[in-house]
Design a protein around this ligand. Structure first.
Ligand code: COA
Length: 258
């Protein structure tokens, strides 16, 4: 039987594909466990610089948590299913950049997973929303916290309280996705972006991501002090010495990842 998540490598990019197209790639326990397993695998693989997350088929990125699993569950069962580590947080704090390649319905936990990624590239056919309200639920994968940080409280309220889906253009207008591309060009354009990022120094990417993530939890004053410390930390790397030397020597830098 096909695995619920597929892992492939293209150059320095690892592509994780949620592979339940007949269920619109709904997130079930198997998807969560396999995603965590593959993330652990690529975390320590120096040949991987960037991770891309997407959904199998032409219709859906991820249409949310698997609603079938909710049926008959007690609060304790549900808590066990939501045990730590949670895939949303692992992705947000993953030491390598993660890009969501949104190829269709991106709903509920799918929208939340995309918000845990560092950059969102959407097909012009994507439909995005947090429809949990229609099930008597609220978002449970970080949506009530990450969505307002991305789009502001008013737009987050509108999406979560109405449960409405919006198109890719509207999602880009409010800041929920970063790029919208023609459906047929989604993979090419996303991999172009992923490869460009993967060509940079891995150690510097890691520090840059950590500094930007810190902005989500720190005051501006503390964040700027933290940034200064991380900036100075870069002076300890071989890649900083190489980058500066290459610029001054008018040659291309060769990153060591140290
Ligand atoms: N959980 C479990 N199964 C899901 C699912 C989900 N979140 N989303 C879709 N599916 C299943 C459907 O039950 C259907 O399965 P079936 O063929 O065995 O009946 C299959 O995927 C195809 O979905 P279908 O509803 O027939 O496609 P559609 O094009 O008519 O509608 C959606 C697409 C996305 C509008 C609709 O599937 C939907 O509303 N899904 C639920 C979205 C949601 O509420 N997500 C948040 C969950 S907390």
């Amino acid at each position: 039987m096909a695995k619920a998540v597929l892992l492939e490598r293209e150059g320095r990019v690892a592509i994780l594909t949620v592979n339940r197209p007949d269920k619109l790639n709904a997130l079930n326990n198997e998807v969560r466990d396999l995603t965590l397993e593959y993330l652990a695998e690529v975390e320590n693989d120096d040949s991987v610089g960037v991770v891309v997350v997407t959904g199998a088929g032409d219709k859906a990125f991820i249409a949310g948590a698997d609603i079938k699993e909710f049926e008959g569950r007690s609060p304790f069962d549900q808590r066990e299913a939501m045990r730590f580590p949670r895939v949303f947080d692992v992705m947000a704090n993953f030491p390598k950049p993660v890009i969501a390649m949104i190829n269709g319905f991106c709903l509920g936990g799918g929208c939340e997973l995309s918000m845990s990624c560092d950059i969102r590239v959407a097909s012009d056919r994507a439909r995005i929303g947090q429809p949990e309200i229609n099930l008597g639920l609220i978002p449970g994968g970080g949506g009530t916290q990450r969505l307002p940080r991305l789009v502001g409280v008013g737009q987050a309220m509108k999406l979560i309280l109405t449960g409405d889906m919006i198109g890719a253009e509207e999602a880009q207008r409010i800041g929920l996705v970063d790029d919208v591309v023609p459906h047929d060009e989604l993979r090419t354009k996303t991999l172009e972006l992923a490869n460009k990022i993967a060509s940079k120094s891995p150690v510097t990417l890691r520090v840059a991501k950590e500094a930007i993530r810190a902005s989500e939890r720190m005051s501006i004053e503390d964040g700027i002090v933290y940034e200064r410390d991380l900036f100075c930390l870069c002076f300890s790397t071989e890649d900083k010495a190489e980058g500066v030397d290459a610029f001054l020597g008018k040659r291309k830098a060769e990153w060591q990842g140290r």
